[in-house]
Design a protein around this ligand. Structure first.
Ligand SMILES: NC(=O)c1ccc[n+]([C@@H]2O[C@H](COP(=O)([O-])OP(=O)(O)OC[C@H]3O[C@@H](n4cnc5c(N)ncnc54)[C@H](OP(=O)(O)O)[C@@H]3O)[C@@H](O)[C@H]2O)c1
Length: 266
């Protein structure tokens, strides 16, 4: 059986991708910095930022799903002033370049790269790093696919949790459609094995809502008493911050249902 290598398989999206691959009967290998608990996958220990273990991880691999990233904002769930000046390129640019090069040497047949909707207009350094990594994939001689996704619900949840201490939450009124990783994983796995290559349909959530509305739903789900302060952004500013409506595939899980699942159980 051919092997599918998933990078970032221990991350939020990666875990959902791996679950679908395993359930679909694929032989799955994860490139990870340390082994996880799953015993129904192969663990290849490696680090994209140094290249350690990456060549070995690609042994007998047919398809690579590249979902690893290093986003300081996502890690801490909030934006700091430093994030407006720089974002480390070691995983998303240098790591992607290394991975592509080893994939070429090992004749990998399909390289699926996970990316973000609206990168071309986005201004944050992390977005520029992601765009640079994506361009390397597009320029490679491998058979590649790029799947761009809207921001994930888990990240929205983390960012709003970081605001929770404030009595008033400033929130833009521009519409966008964040999405759950479960829906993105379904789409990514379909794109990995349907035989089509190149630029794939981007994926966003089922509803176009403003951050002000999403924040209100979050506040109510958590039973908090906060005022939402709606902020109108210019179109250019909103696009620069990634507030766009994705016109591609729509996920099924709404933010309200995601919140219900997350907070009603808690
Ligand atoms: N978050 C969003 O809102 C969003 C929206 C659209 C698209 N995306 C894209 O979707 C993909 C997954 O995002 P996510 O939010 O699910 O990511 P995440 O939860 O932050 O997970 C990142 C993954 O990358 C791995 N990783 C980090 N540094 C590494 C290194 N040096 N070597 C090997 N692996 C390394 C992490 O492994 P460890 O467990 O060892 O840290 C983890 O498995 C990324 O391509 C991201 O750009 C994200």
């Amino acid at each position: 059986m051919t092997v599918t290598l998933v990078t970032g398989g221990t991350g939020h999206l990666g875990r959902d991708i791996v679950e679908r691959l395993v359930c679909g009967g694929h032989r799955v290998r994860l490139l990870a910095r340390s082994p996880g608990r799953r015993s129904d996958v192969e663990w290849a220990i490696g680090d994209l930022s140094t290249g350690a273990g990456v060549r070995e991880a690609l042994q007998d691999v047919d398809t690579v799903i590249h979902a690893a990233t290093y986003s300081p904002i996502a890690r801490r769930g909030g934006v700091r002033p430093i994030d407006f000046f720089k974002s480390p390129p070691t995983v998303d640019v240098e790591g992607t370049e290394r991975l592509l090069s080893f994939c070429q040497q090992q004749s990998v047949r399909h390289f699926l790269h996970v990316s973000i909707v609206g990168l071309d207009d986005a201004t944050l350094p992390y977005a520029k790093v992601k765009l640079a990594g994506e361009r390397l994939v597009r320029a490679s001689s491998l058979s590649w696919s790029v799947v761009r996704a809207m921001p994930f619900y888990y990240l929205l949840d983390k960012m709003l949790a970081g605001l929770a201490w404030l009595p008033v939450w400033p929130a833009p009124t521009t519409l966008f459609n964040p999405v759950d990783t479960s829906d993105v994983a379904d789409h990514v796995v379909t794109c990995a094995f349907d035989g089509v290559r190149g630029e794939r349909a981007e994926i966003g959530g089922p509803e176009d809502l403003s951050l002000a509305t999403l924040a209100g739903q979050y506040r109510d789900a958590r039973g908090l008493h906060r005022r939402i302060l709606p902020i109108a952004l210019s179109e250019a500013k909103a696009r620069g911050m990634g507030f766009v409506v994705s016109q591609g595939v729509r996920g099924r899980l709404s933010w309200a249902d995601w919140l219900q699942y997350r907070y009603a159980r808690a």
